[in-house]
Design a protein around this ligand. Structure first.
Ligand code: ADP
Ligand code: ZN
Length: 755
């Protein structure tokens, strides 16, 4: 028997399959991790067995044997192997990088031990083969088949094994293990238990709630797909509409039929409260995967999933790779979240991966959101996705009243503070009544924009419909899309008044000003500065939640998932600050964030109030957000995208190059751009494209031109999306492969940020 093995070394030169022989006594299966001799010195190296065959064309003289297996079971399922091939092809990465996504990082290099359970092994000095023979009758049949199986498994593994793992492979092995221990053939090594990532005792089990009529229709829509084991549903439901209840009932249905489910949630919403909801519905058969788990916890959870001890996996982006077999359902909550895109190699999109995985396993994909991505909603409207809507809150409460405050008037009438008269009054009222408030301030330090406090004018690029960014270095304004630069005017070009201001108010300034207006008020501030340490996020939230502070001030990390009955006021300090980030998604992100933030108020009996402060009250995004009108927003935004040929009608490719010497880098970037352009145009022509599909291409300094002492330049290409686009991307990838050098980044498709 021969095994085709990929070596666990991330290098293009060895990213292919090598053939090894499988020694007789090893039972190797595809997906199993093995140790093989590799390279000139026959170094012991880890690898993954991807294929097995009876025959090989490789010369038998050079074939070496597999030395041993690393686990007694395949670490990868066959479906994961297929998925890895797809990822390598679709996201242009090494196959081994794609395979590495599928197992906990700590497993590689044997950096982690199964710390967890009672383990047994064959006693030193015992000849296992002889003991197995001793169990045979004259006819060659084992008198104790279970004992034979256990011995065989342990013999193959060559090390100790947890009794839990043994039982997973040999049901009912406990008796056999006990007998073998008693006979002195096995010896025991220690007792421990699985690490439990739910750091709390389980609360009472919850029962499914009777669904509202609209929930029932959505649930039935999902069930129709489940019965066919195919399809994608887009569950568009406003905040508080009860999407989670629908998810849980769909999962319960899947589990009742013997299937399993994966639930993806943005990392930031994976709070203990959110996990508790699933835990108390599905009990012990839930596993969680998120970045706050310790290496040991992560490994244990992975193993519980791999050994089929759970029905439901809930986790952040990478949980889409969980080794779940018999997968019937994948749910992606908050489908629109940018955090589903990985910005590290491999640059995958978890929603796309989920779609592919669902296809491979015959599972149904459910995408949920209160503010779906423009691309997803478009598919919902066209029928590619089944569109299911939950337009009301489950408890019948109306969405909170939103008041839009025109900050231009505030300024002109002499109010220089960051709080409008209206927000000030509402804060006072809220605090006097002993209720709680949330103040939202989204600040991205480097994205300061220039705007006129007199008329609301924002400096925009004359070529692109995006605002220009203030660059401290050189004191100038610059467009991050086309590279256009201008000087900063001293008076507003629109109204001629000297009221231009740099916007970049941060959470800290909000807190300071709040304390000046309301001395003694207790506050909690949550932003990247205050939540750096391990459990700070949860600690700060729970302080606010338990009433330990009256006002929560924070960035977008507070926008999601908070459900605090005593919060009656939400203030957005600068609703338009995100609108002017130079990114084609800035309207979409602004709408999404405003809808999320507004959804925090008045979740319970007390009615809530939301105040949006803005310098552009007439901007369609602000108006539509204030009316909670997602479909209206979609209509507006898709029109803008179509006109500008922005995604989904167009497509951006970007390649960042870095180097120490700016002149050399600039020259190299131009050369790369020219080569890339030729390659892409040739591919488009060969594919039969006739129109101008490559809309523009530029080589320029990256928006952040120098980072940590290194210069950054970029090649940016914009395409109109047609049936030929895939050929263009493939050509770009091929060009990249042929010209790769240190300092050249990945090809980014519609990069999640353009800096
Ligand atoms: P979403 O996920 O859409 O934001 P949730 O699932 O968190 O909404 O539901 C909001 C609130 O409504 C929760 O407190 C939930 O327990 C409650 N809820 C959901 N469905 C029902 C129902 N059918 N009957 C009563 N309450 C419900
Ligand atoms: Zn521009």
């Amino acid at each position: 028997m021969f095994a085709r093995v990929i070596i666990d070394i991330a290098h293009a030169n060895v990213d292919r399959l090598f053939t090894y022989t499988v020694p007789e006594e090893l039972n190797v299966r595809p997906g199993q991790r093995v140790i093989v001799p590799f390279g000139a010195g026959n170094r012991k190296t880890e690898g993954f067995v991807l294929e097995l065959s009876e025959k090989t064309d490789v010369d038998s003289v050079v074939i070496k044997p597999i030395l041993r297996t690393m686990e007694p079971y395949p670490a990868l399922t066959e479906e994961q192997i297929k998925l890895a091939y797809w990822i390598a092809g679709s996201y242009h990465c090494l196959l081994v990088d794609a395979l590495r996504l599928m197992i906990p990082a700590q497993m590689r290099g044997s950096r982690i031990k199964e710390k967890t359970v009672r383990t047994v092994r064959i006693r030193q000095g015992v000849d296992a083969k002889k003991e197995m023979d001793a169990l045979l009758t004259k006819a060659g049949v084992s008198r104790a088949p279970k004992q034979t199986e256990v011995l065989e498994l342990l013999f193959q593994t060559g090390t100790n094994m947890s009794t839990v793992d043994i039982a997973a492979f040999i049901p009912g092995a406990a008796g056999a293990i006990a007998a073998l221990l008693k006979k002195g053939i096995l010896e025991e090594e220690g007792k421990e238990s699985f690490r439990n990532p739910f750091h709390h005792t389980m609360k009472k089990k919850t029962e499914p709630l009777p669904l509202t009529n609209t929930q029932q229709r959505a649930f039935e829509g999902i069930v129709e797909c489940l019965d066919k084991r195919e399809g994608t549903c887009l569950l568009y439901g406003i905040t508080g509409s009860g999407k989670t209840e629908v998810y849980m009932q769909a999962i319960a249905r899947v589990v009742a039929e013997g299937g399993k489910a994966i639930v993806l949630v943005p990392e930031i919403s994976l709070t203990p409260q959110a996990m508790e909801r699933f835990h108390s519905r599905f009990g012990e058969r839930v596993a969680v995967l998120h970045s706050r788990l310790s290496a040991g916890e992560r490994y244990d959870e992975w193993r519980r999933i791999r050994l089929n001890k759970v029905d439901v996996v809930i986790g952040a982006r990478s949980a889409v790779f969980a080794p779940v077999e018999n997968l019937h359902l994948i749910i992606v909550d908050e489908e629109h979240e940018p955090s589903y895109y990985s910005e590290m190699t491999p640059r995958y999109g978890a929603v796309e991966v989920a779609a592919k995985r669902a296809k491979l396993s015959g599972a149904v994909l459910v995408l949920g959101s209160a503010t779906p991505s423009v691309a997803a909603y478009k598919r919902g409207l066209s029928g590619t996705y089944k569109l299911l809507s939950l337009p009301e809150r489950a408890n019948g409460q109306p969405l909170p009243e939103v008041e839009v405050v025109d900050m231009r008037n505030e300024f002109l009438s002499g109010n220089n503070s960051i709080f409008s008269a209206s927000l000030y009054g509402a804060l006072k009222h809220c605090l006097d009544a002993g209720e709680q408030a949330i103040l939202f301030m989204n600040r991205r330090g480097y994205s300061t924009f220039v705007s006129c406090r007199g008329c609301g004018y924002v400096m925009k690029c004359r070529n692109c419909d995006v605002s220009m960014t203030y660059h401290k270095l050189g004191e100038m304004m610059k467009c991050h899309y086309c590279g256009e630069t201008t000087r900063i005017p001293t008076v507003c070009p629109e109204c001629g008044k000297p009221y231009l201001k740099y916007f970049g108010v941060g959470t800290q300034q909000v807190e300071e000003q709040l304390l000046t207006h309301f001395p003694g008020v207790s506050t909690v501030r949550m932003d990247h500065d205050t939540t750096r340490t391990h459990n700070a996020h949860e600690a700060l939230l729970s302080r606010f939640q338990s009433g330990g502070a009256q006002v929560l001030i924070g960035t977008q990390m507070i926008a999601k998932g908070l459900d605090i009955p005593n919060v009656t006021l939400v203030g957005v300090i600068a609703a338009d600050s995100m609108l002017h980030i130079p990114d084609f998604r800035s309207s979409e992100r602004t709408f999404q964030l405003l809808a999320q933030v507004a959804g925090r108020a008045g979740r319970a009996k007390k009615t809530g109030r939301v105040i949006l402060q803005t310098y552009t009250p007439d901007h369609p995004v602000i108006e539509l957000a204030a009316r909670h009108d997602y479909p209206g927003f979609y209509d507006y935004e898709i029109g803008v995208r179509r006109a500008a040929l922005f995604p989904p009608y167009g497509l951006f490719l970007r390649l960042v190059l870095t180097g120490e010497n700016e002149d050399i880098l600039a020259e190299e970037t131009s050369r790369t751009a020219a080569g890339l352009k030729d390659a892409v145009e040739a591919a488009l022509a060969a594919a039969g494209a006739t129109g101008p599909e490559l809309l523009y291409m530029e080589a320029s300094p990256a928006p952040i031109k120098r980072r940590e002492g290194v210069y950054r330049y970029q090649v940016l290409l914009k395409f109109a999306r047609t049936k030929h686009t895939a050929a263009a991307i493939r050509a770009a990838y091929a060009f990249h492969d042929a010209h790769r050098r240190p300092g050249m980044g990945d090809i980014e498709v519609n990069p999640t940020n353009m800096f």
